[in-house]
Ligand binder design. Sequence first.
Ligand code: URA
Length: 231
Amino acid sequence: MRIDKYLAQMGVGTRSEVKQLLKKGRVTINDQVEKSPKVHVDPEDDKVCCDGETIGYIDKIYLMLNKPKGVISATEDDAQRTVIDLVSEYQHLGIFPVGRLDKDTEGLLLITNDGQFNHDLMSPKKHVAKTYEVLSEKNITNHDIDMFKSGIELNDGATKPAILKPTDTPNQSLVTLYEGRYHQVKRMFHAIDNEVKALKRIKIGALPLDEDLAPGTYRQLTQEELELLKQ
Ligand code: URA
């Protein structure tokens, strides 16, 4: 990979800013000053520094965000704050959210630049479970639980069987879905004559939301967590 491309991809600057840094002799490859933007580096083996600071190569990135209410699950928007604005330090890596949460939904959202990872988690054929904590207008009944289990008729067809479980908190329940349609939890509650008051995603597959992450904060997934998602 060309050194100017490497440095730009790692967020050191734009391609032309990086060329200036090189010209000024501020970049070293394996401790030798390099001034040409055309020189190639091996991201695995070569040590690249700018102003003496090592610029390690990051290829694929996997972030866990505790999405707060009020931001949209898009990569860019002229008017509204997006989840990518919240993780702007990684923006130069070409990241995007894995699926979507509504603007007023909070909780676990994965962000990556790995298209295959996104596909493996989001493809309808993969049936990856997503679990939500729901605060609803009314308490749920045994009949509601049965309805969710047999599938609910929505205007875009019947849902797959879903698991609905009350918690010990009044009007609170946990819902696990094996598909992800537009406003699905809200529409399923509406169909059983109830309404969602607050929605938080707490789990994707076997990966729970890290409760130490305050809304709006994020961190990289660990290797163990990536393995959990492949189960
Ligand atoms: N279901 C919804 O209704 N909204 C979400 O954000 C996610 C699932």
